[in-house]
Ligand binder design. Structure first.
Ligand SMILES: *Cc1c(COP(=O)(O)O)cnc(C)c1O
Length: 421
């Protein structure tokens, strides 16, 4: 029996309506940018397995560091102990994060990194006896699937059953060149009637919304407004972190730095799950007290798991290497060239690009999980390329180690499939 058949017996997949989509393809191997299925077919992983494996799958440098860590220290309770990999990782992160970041808190995944940030913001004001319980977030943002993260997410089509339990969030549009004043007016109006604790945002690039890019100047004005009104700013860099936008962090493109930053996905280069919520000294200091209850009593069993830390250290070594930095710029240039070419295709409405992220919108309305989307996905797979359209958006976010040939194959496959539409 194939993996696909055996899978159906006991496995419940995420983001899936099993009645209409019963089959999951068995992937048995991945190396570099290539995925191999159980029948021996190969696919280029054009979206780095959800933006994680940016240094290529089964990267030897990461494997060696993880292997060494596995022989030294596997797991240790982080509420009572510390260990070399956690300390080294914290130093490396502080080195590359925006200058105002000072403390590193460990979580297990992107959602809990955001959940943690939300709880930090709430308790920051609770500890100061300033009752602030509201949040501001962008329309169509995505911040994860736990309750707090889900509340701040604006992509709520699938949140129906949970809406009664979500925290109160005020939504603002993402900034473009023309709406700065409207947004600032709206912010004024929100703070006049709500006690806002924090603003949660994906800086510059909204991933799940369909790789939508917004205006950095406008975002800077929003962040300035938040600073002036003591609203904690929480940058969700779970997707944008570690080089995707052409700089180490999307926040590096913007003058005003966030108070809290959420990281995951490429943190470990896709090797194991891990996440970080970093913050400024000012946030951290609000939890210092002789009163134990003012401490941050939030913990996950696998906090700062040494294997995850080792994988993250190795990934940061790679990210900061000349080779990877050069590749990031190279991919960005190739995307620009492809963009110039494909934007004239009759099926293409618009294209956009930031760092290694390229996206095009089709001139067709599509459901997020509808039949045309399924057809597109299947057509790409048939050509040996794994691309996962988001609604009518087709996007590329390749591993930094992708070869020119592989990148070209992605481009020509997109064009070929568009020609058949
Ligand atoms: C993926 C993602 C999350 C959620 O991360 P998980 O590890 O899937 O829980 C949160 N925010 C953003 C911006 C993401 O892209």
């Amino acid at each position: 029996m194939s993996l696909t058949e055996r899978d159906k017996k006991h496995i419940w997949h995420p983001l899936k309506q099993h009645q209409t989509h019963p089959n999951s393809l068995g992937i048995v191997k991945a190396k570099g940018c290539i995925l191999t299925d159980e029948h021996g077919n190969e696919y280029i992983d054009a979206i780095s397995s959800w933006y994680t494996c940016m240094f290529g799958h089964c990267n030897d440098y990461i494997i060696n560091k993880v292997h060494a860590q596995m022989q030294q220290l596997d797991q240790i309770m982080f509420s009572d102990f510390t260990h070399p990999a956690a300390v080294e990782l914290s130093e490396k992160l502080i080195n590359i994060l925006p200058d105002n970041q000072s403390k590193i808190f460990f979580n297990d995944n992107g959602s809990t990194a955001v959940e943690s940030a939300i709880k930090m913001a709430l308790q920051y004001y609770f500890n100061k006896e300033d009752k602030r319980i509201d949040f501001i977030a962008f329309e169509n943002g995505f911040h994860g699937d736990t309750f707090g993260a889900m509340s701040t997410s604006g992509l709520s089509v699938y949140n129906g059953p949970f809406e009664d339990f979500l925290i109160d969030v005020q939504r603002i549009p993402t900034p473009n060149k023309t709406n700065h004043d409207t947004i600032l007016k709206q912010l004024q109006e929100i703070v006049s009637r709500k006690n806002v604790a924090a603003f949660v945002y994906e800086p510059l690039l909204q991933g799940a919304a369909g790789m939508k890019i917004h205006d950095s100047e406008g975002l800077n004005k929003i962040l300035q407004f938040c600073k002036e009104n003591n609203i904690i700013t929480i940058a969700d860099e779970v997707m944008t972190g570690f080089g995707k936008t052409g700089k180490n962090f999307a926040s590096d493109h913007i003058d005003t730095k966030p108070d809290i930053i959420c990281l995951s996905k490429a943190l470990t280069g896709g090797m194991v799950p891990m996440a970080i919520t970093s913050c400024t000294q000012k946030i951290y200091d609000a939890f210092l007290s002789n009163d134990i209850a003012k401490g941050y009593f939030h913990c996950h069993t696998y906090s700062a798991n040494p294997i995850g830390c080792a994988a993250s250290i190795a990934s940061i070594d790679l990210l900061t290497s000349d080779e990877i930095q050069t590749n990031i710029q190279k991919i960005s240039k190739e995307h620009q060239k492809f963009s110039e070419h494909i934007k004239n295709h009759p099926k293409v409405k618009s294209t956009r690009q930031l760092g290694v992220v390229f996206a095009l919108d089709l001139d067709t309305n599509m459901e997020r999980y509808g039949t045309l989307r399924d057809l597109l996905l299947a057509s790409f797979m048939k050509e040996g390329v794994f691309l996962r359209p988001l609604g009518n958006t087709i996007y590329i976010q390749p591993p930094y180690v992708i070869s020119s040939e592989e990148l070209n194959k992605i481009y020509t496959t997109i064009e070929k499939v568009l020609d058949t539409l």
